[in-house]
Design a protein around this ligand. Structure first.
Ligand code: GDP
Length: 207
């Protein structure tokens, strides 16, 4: 028997949810490309990017991050992306009350389409660079606590806390998913924590 410690390769699916205009595409651009594109073209249906990360000497992650469209008319399509997700980044805009009150609708959608205990969810209050905010940190933190969500505030414009938001959810997914779906490859001494099926539907941007 080999005395080498096993290496673990995680494959996860993460989805960005929230109303249109809250900054989901901007979060993804900031995280992946370290850039902020003012007036980002809106995502129609969904788009995805893949990020590879080294966690430590023994484990690495490949994360497929789906950016979905928050518009109501696309919600039925967005539901398709819940399937097999390991984590959800639920975004609202700290200056936009509607995007905060709509969180109840998004949480209902999550409840209907996932097994909540198996999925990691972080609530992200974006656009904290704006001078006037309509939702204060305390109110959002209380909402997150009541709904058992992690919480973080970001600014894509100023590049604040983006890495932290993705780190928090990645660590939580690893904690939740550890020892689940593990396929052991004895020859290479590598364990693969499998991403479940991915539907490769990359859509064009418009507007
Ligand atoms: P999505 O529809 O949720 O994907 O939102 P977008 O990423 O397309 O962003 C909607 C608008 O908000 C765009 O004009 C962005 O430039 C802007 N935006 C995104 N993040 C921030 C932020 O942190 N601060 C400010 N001031 N504007 C932002």
């Amino acid at each position: 028997m080999s005395s080498r410690p096993s290496k673990v390769f995680y494959q996860f699916k993460l989805i960005l949810l929230g109303d249109s205009g809250v900054g989901k595409s901007s979060l993804l651009s900031r995280y992946m490309d370290e850039e902020f594109v003012p007036n980002h073209p809106c995502t129609v249906n969904a788009d995805f990017k893949i990020k590879a990360m080294l966690i430590d000497e023994f484990s690495s992650v490949q994360m497929t991050i789906w950016d979905t469209c928050g518009q109501e008319r696309y919600r039925a399509i967005t539901r398709g992306y819940f399937k097999d997700a390991h984590g959800i980044i639920l975004v609202y805009d700290v200056a936009d009350k509607r995007s905060f009150s709509d969180l109840d609708i998004w949480l209902e959608e999550i409840k209907k389409n996932t097994v909540k205990e198996d999925i990691s969810i972080i609530l992200v209050g974006n656009k904290i660079d704006l001078k006037y905010r309509n939702i204060n940190t305390e109110e959002a933190e209380n909402f997150a606590k009541e709904n058992n969500l992690m919480y973080c505030e970001t600014s894509c414009k100023e590049g604040r806390n983006i890495e932290m938001a993705f780190d928090m959810i990645t660590k939580d997914i690893i904690k939740k998913q550890n020892n689940k779906n593990v396929i052991e490859n004895k020859d290479n001494n590598v364990k693969v924590v499998k991403e479940r099926e991915i539907k490769r539907e990359k859509e064009v941007s418009c507007c």
